[in-house]
Design a protein around this ligand. Structure first.
Ligand code: AMP
Length: 212
């Protein structure tokens, strides 16, 4: 284990990855209340690096971490060519959707608030919607309430947050879940990187590693 470093996105992915980890590796080295961002490798556990979601692919591409765990939504919004997507971990599942104050498809020039300008931009192009994007980094649901935009493009899980703000889904743009990514050189030269991927895939399928 000591040869491996795993970079994990903070937030929901970290919480759900913990469950996968405890089923496959066992010992989870991060105390609940810890604010520490780097956990050196031990006999029982790889090194763990906790970082912002959009930085995970950069850390893996540069080889600071061998593998990373990050949402597909983030990988598509901030493409980093120098990493391999080696497994769909099927955790942290969500959808990127366009939502508005009603379910009608946008008509005419509209303003759309989003924290995904790249994904939103290609959706508008693809559907030839004359939209003006407003980039926000959070609390997107407030944009229609404040009259800032009539639609938002954001991630949705249960849909409760949309509901609480009287917003309705118009269309799903993409499905997302946490992906395991790897540094290509490390993936092909360090056996422990592929072994880690295999373990994660087994546990995701609900199979004990020894049976794979
Ligand atoms: P929900 O009310 O369950 O639809 O959750 C929506 C809120 O949770 C949104 O504000 C999202 O930003 C956030 N969210 C939902 N799923 C995820 C995810 N997989 N990763 C990160 N944030 C998420």
């Amino acid at each position: 284990m000591s040869e491996l470093t795993v970079a994990i996105a903070k937030g929901r992915i970290l919480d759900s990855f913990r469950i996968l980890w405890e089923g496959s590796i066992g010992h989870w080295p991060i105390p609940n209340t810890s604010r520490q961002l780097w956990f050196p490798p031990t006999e029982q556990s790889p090194g763990m690096l906790i970082a912002r979601a959009r930085d995970i692919a950069t850390l893996v591409a540069l080889g600071v971490a061998d593998v990373g765990v990050v949402g597909l939504d983030v990988l598509r919004e901030y493409p980093t060519p120098d990493v391999l997507e080696v497994a769909d971990l099927a955790i942290s599942q969500c959808r990127v959707v366009i939502a508005g104050t009603h379910t009608d498809w946008p008509q005419g020039p509209v303003r759309i608030a989003t924290k995904y300008p790249r994904i939103a931009g290609s959706f508008l192009n693809q559907h030839q919607i004359a939209g003006e994007l407003v980039s926000l980094s959070g609390s997107l649901e407030l944009a229609p309430v404040l009259g800032l935009a009539s639609y938002i493009i954001d991630i949705v899980d249960t849909g409760r947050t949309l509901q609480e703000h009287d917003l309705f889904e118009v269309s799903t743009i993409m499905a997302s879940s946490a992906r395991l990514i790897a540094n290509p050189a490390h993936f092909y030269t360090k056996p422990e990187v592929q072994e880690f991927r295999d373990r994660m895939v087994c546990i995701r399928k609900g199979e004990p590693y020894a049976n794979c």
